[in-house]
Design a protein around this ligand. Structure first.
Ligand code: TMO
Length: 319
């Protein structure tokens, strides 16, 4: 482990040094001593990859600070310049807050190649007792199988921490489902609930997303809801319930974007050129989560390991 970390640090340093030699403007970096504030959220791939990006900027000579933020309120802070960069903005849970902040001047710093989904999810053994649970109506038909003392006679949906922006109680109401959404306080509770149900093959439906480490550890399936359209949220007549808005799911092929303060380009031009090139694939994000949630590394250790495994990717950003 120690040795891996040393190699990782050495390899970031080498890629950055090579890039600096190639870059005629390198002597001007950092253009400002003001810290670049990178936002951190409360799920593991984000913590790892924000450290990866921050380490690259530090190696280039920038002052970097990490500041935790709520995944919805962060965008206003970035629009205002109170925070500067977010590596992982997810369409399924953050689209509205993201787009509102863009209207207020936040910069959409581009999409990663990763394609994302955030949705209700079941382990595959659930299909043995609830065969049509791959779609919301089939799942709803077996709602009683998911009942707990807290929710009975309704089924329990194990929902995400409240700050992830999705109000599943509204969706349950709009679709008139026999479920109650019970939010967890932190992501680790989602995985603890899943592990304990999985070990006993008990029915469970919980919030999950991809890319994540889950796909390499558990066999399961997202539950299909009506594909969202803008009218789902504005026109009650749209969707399965003619009397309600919000009667749809999250996108099945969602975007993952970077968000930036508009002042980065002028304050730290070289950093801006790097941040614009940062681009993660599904496999790279899943690997980042796995190092923490399965291998038990800290996000900081995982960032070093990730950088060692992806030195060529990082070299492409700092060119
Ligand atoms: C924002 N998240 C990936 C945890 O759904």
């Amino acid at each position: 482990m120690k040795r891996n970390l040393k190699l990782a640090v050495a390899s970031i340093a080498t890629s950055v040094a090579m890039a600096l030699t190639l870059n005629a403007h390198a002597a001007d970096v950092p253009e400002s001593d003001e810290p670049i504030i990178i936002v951190q959220n409360n799920w593991t791939s984000q913590l790892v990859l924000s450290n990866v990006v921050g380490n690259v900027l530090s190696e280039l000579g920038y002052e970097v600070e990490y500041v935790p933020s709520d995944s919805q309120l962060q965008f206003t802070a970035i629009a205002n310049g109170d925070m500067h960069f977010q590596v992982e903005a997810w369409e399924g849970s953050m689209k509205s807050a993201f787009e509102k902040a863009v209207e207020e001047g936040m910069v959409d710093a581009g999409a990663h190649e990763a394609v994302t989904r955030e949705e209700w999810w079941i382990p595959n053994y659930v299909l043995e007792t609830c065969p049509d649970a791959t779609n919301w109506e089939g799942l709803n038909a077996c709602a009683d199988q998911f009942a707990t003392a807290e929710t009975s006679p309704k089924g329990r949906f194990v929902g995400p921490p409240a700050d992830w922006g999705k109000n599943y109680a509204d969706r349950v109401n709009s679709l008139e489902m026999d479920f109650e959404a019970i939010n967890v306080g932190q992501a680790a509770t989602l995985w603890a609930e899943l592990q304990s149900a999985y070990d006993r093959k008990e029915p469970i439906v919980l919030f999950n997303w991809t890319p994540n480490f889950i796909e390499s550890k558990f066999e399961g399936t997202f539950v299909d809801f009506p594909e969202p359209a803008p009218e789902c949220f504005t026109d009650a007549a749209w969707g399965p319930n003619p009397n309600a808005t919000g009667d749809c799911g999250a996108p099945r092929g969602g975007w993952l974007k970077k968000a930036a303060w508009s002042g980065i380009a002028d304050t730290w031009p070289k950093a801006w050129s790097v941040l614009q090139r940062v681009n993660f694939s599904n496999a790279q994000i899943a690997a980042a989560a796995l190092m923490v949630d399965v291998d038990g590394m800290s996000p900081e250790e995982a960032a070093e390991q990730w950088a060692a495994d992806n030195a060529d990717v990082i070299a492409g950003w700092v060119e």
